[in-house]
Design a protein. Structure first.
Length: 58
């Protein structure tokens, strides 16, 4: 009977992990969409870093 307990726990952990990943992904997509003021601007982590550097310099 212990195998059922472990299976249920694994299933619950997998579901929680999937929800966390989906939440982070959605948050990143919303942040990326809100930060895209200029459609010709590059995207990705390097673009965000260069934007931070521009803000610091300016």
């Amino acid at each position: 009977m212990q195998s059922r307990t472990h299976t249920g726990r694994r299933t619950r952990n997998a579901v929680v992990l999937a929800l966390i990943v989906a939440t982070v992904w959605a948050g990143a997509a919303l942040t990326r969409g809100a930060a895209q003021a200029d459609p010709s601007a590059p995207t990705g982590p390097v673009a965000h870093f260069s934007r931070v550097v521009e803000l610091i310099r300016g």
